[in-house]
Design a binder for this molecule. Structure first.
Ligand code: GDP
Ligand code: ZN
Length: 531
């Protein structure tokens, strides 16, 4: 199963735990010289039993043994003989005291241990690369390992562990084997059909292979869906907050950040407003855009009295243009309307809303309507306003499918009304948001592992899909017409199967993918030293 020659006979070592002050630091050594390193550091005691921890005093190998050559006392030492180890080689682990000076001292003495082969510091990702070379991990697993190390939110972590099992790699390898087998049968048919008796007629064989190919094509569609959902979890679900000026968009954003989310990163509009922020809302990474805070002249639109009054038309226009664009590339749109003014003279007993916003929302995958400033009217008046809004406004926007509008009050939330479990209804809004996130990212229960399909794998699956479709269009005419021979088509059909199988080989890094080194480069450059 080796994809290439083993990397030298060199022994590598690195600090595998995080750098900086910590109670314990883990230094990992991998390669044929593990026992040499052990004997260099602990010359007076035999190595601990494989896979059992032993307490040892580590000493410097280039000094005469005395009390001055102790590098670390009470270190925990573990020895794992290959090949059933994390790298597939002999592995030695030193759990030493975590102080920077101790770590530095231990790292400095390791290469001084006497060994037949070179002992050197590891390159980024080199432990994992050796695991791959020795068949301990396939590329799909390594990529999800990379995702696991990079995961910042709970949902990213969950998606990443899906890919760790090796299930995806096994699936692709299984498809590849089937395709290669089918190709072999087709080629045998081309070469020998003249002088040999076959159990299947050529038409039968082709139609059987076409069935296999159809099955794989169906699965590829699902795997592509899985990868699309993984990208949403990784890159963040894009949310746009839309509504006319002054309905409370910035207030709502601040409430969500204050109560239901933590900021991953933010771009501020003014000192108090956030224009765009990466938020962690209950484990989901979201890119949250407050479209009101768009700046055109270095000042925030909503904090200096720039409203729809028409006095600064260009600013308004630019703001609206950007809000529209934001809305068009959002996954979730929150439409905010306001109760303010509804009961005032001339308010017409109607909520303040904007029709274009609702039309934009109709085009989004998920849409929520929130009615802010519910604190300015009493309960019964609110109920009537909302009912009227639902029938006369929401019901009349073509293509708009929204759940029950949620009444909120950023003011009540900010005042943190004592005794209320969810002052201002922000928590209920967050729950509705999370529901829409899970609708955007969920897969049926038995398909959760497809959340491990990476973008690189998706591209290869798309390529594989094209070759399989080429196969289908070559193979079909023969099958349908039931002709005995159709040489040119059959040869071409077999070639498409080979190309499709190659795409799968590039996913796992197994077989004759050809570009294994290149693929490895792309994947490992993201890894840090010690992994
Ligand atoms: P934006 O222009 O949509 O971003 O609206 P802002 O968040 O800047 O709010 C506009 C005004 O409405 C501010 O004076 C807020 O204090 C006020 N406001 C926001 N939310 C509420 C609310 O729930 N109730 C009341 N009474 N006023 C609110
Ligand atoms: Zn093709």
């Amino acid at each position: 199963v080796n994809a290439g020659p083993l990397p030298g006979g060199e022994t590598i070592y690195a600090l595998s735990s995080g750098a900086g002050r910590a109670g314990i630091a883990v230094i990992r050594i991998s390669g044929p010289g593990c026992l040499d390193v052990y004997n260099g550091l602990c010359p007076t005691k035999p190595p601990p039993r494989p896979r059992y921890a032993g307490v040892r005093t580590l000493t410097s190998p280039d000094q005469a043994p005395d009390a001055n050559n102790i590098v670390d006392s009470d270190a925990l030492v573990l020895y794992f003989p290959g090949p059933k180890t994390v790298t597939g080689e002999d592995v030695l682990e030193l759990h030493v005291h975590g102080g920077p000076a101790t770590v530095k001292a231990v790292l400095a003495v390791i290469p001084k241990c006497r060994s037949r082969e070179k002992i050197r510091y590891a390159e980024p990702g080199e432990f994992t690369k050796r695991a791959f070379m020795n068949g301990r991990l396939d590329l799909a697993q390594i990529e999800s390992l990379g995702d696991t190390l990079a995961a910042e939110t709970e949902q990213q972590r969950r998606a990443a562990v899906r890919g760790n099992s090796g299930f995806l790699g096994k699936t692709y390898e299984d498809w590849r084997q089937h395709l290669l087998l089918a190709r072999g049968e087709i080629e045998a048919l081309i070469d020998f059909s003249e002088d040999q008796h076959f159990d299947e007629s050529p038409a039968e064989l082709l139609s059987n292979v076409a069935q296999l190919v159809d099955g794989i094509l169906g699965s590829i569609r699902l795997h592509k869906l899985g990868s699309q959902r993984r990208e949403l979890l990784r890159n963040g679900i894009r949310i746009a907050l839309l509504g006319p000026p002054n309905v409370g968009k910035s207030s709502l954003m601040n409430q969500i950040v204050g109560r239901e989310a933590s900021i991953v990163s933010a771009e501020a509009g003014t000192t108090r407003d956030i224009v765009e922020a990466s938020l962690d809302i209950r484990g989901y990474l979201c890119a949250f855009a407050d479209t009101a805070g768009i700046r055109t002249d270095g000042r925030a639109v909503n904090s200096e009295g720039y409203t729809t009054s028409g006095t600064i038309g260009a600013v308004e226009e630019e703001g609206i243009r950007r809000a529209r664009r934001k809305a068009l590339d959002s996954d979730v749109i929150i439409v905010l309307v306001s109760v303010e003014g509804a009961m005032a003279k001339g308010g017409g007993h109607r909520l303040s809303y904007d029709v274009e916003t609702l039309q934009l929302a109709a085009g989004a995958q998920q849409c929520l309507v929130a009615i802010n400033k519910s604190d300015v009217v009493d309960r019964e008046a609110l109920r009537i306003l909302v009912e009227d809004f639902k029938t006369s406004v929401l019901g009349s926007v073509p293509g708009l499918h929204v759940a029950e509008p949620l009444a909120i009050s950023c003011k009540a939330a900010a005042a943190d009304a004592a005794g209320l479990a969810d002052p201002g209804g922000i928590q209920a809004l967050a729950e509705a948001l999370v529901k829409s996130f899970s609708a955007l990212t969920s897969l049926p229960g038995d398909m959760q592992h497809l959340l491990g399909v990476t973008e690189r794998q998706r591209q290869l699956l798309v390529e594989c899909q094209r070759h399989l479709e080429d196969f289908t269009s070559e193979a079909r005419p023969c099958g349908i017409e039931g002709q005995e021979q159709h040489d040119a088509d059959v040869v071409l059909a077999a070639e498409h199967l080979r190309l499709a199988a190659n795409c799968l080989a590039s996913i796992t890094g197994r077989g004759d993918a050809g570009d294994v080194e290149e693929v490895l480069g792309v994947i490992f450059e993201k890894f840090c030293v010690g992994k």
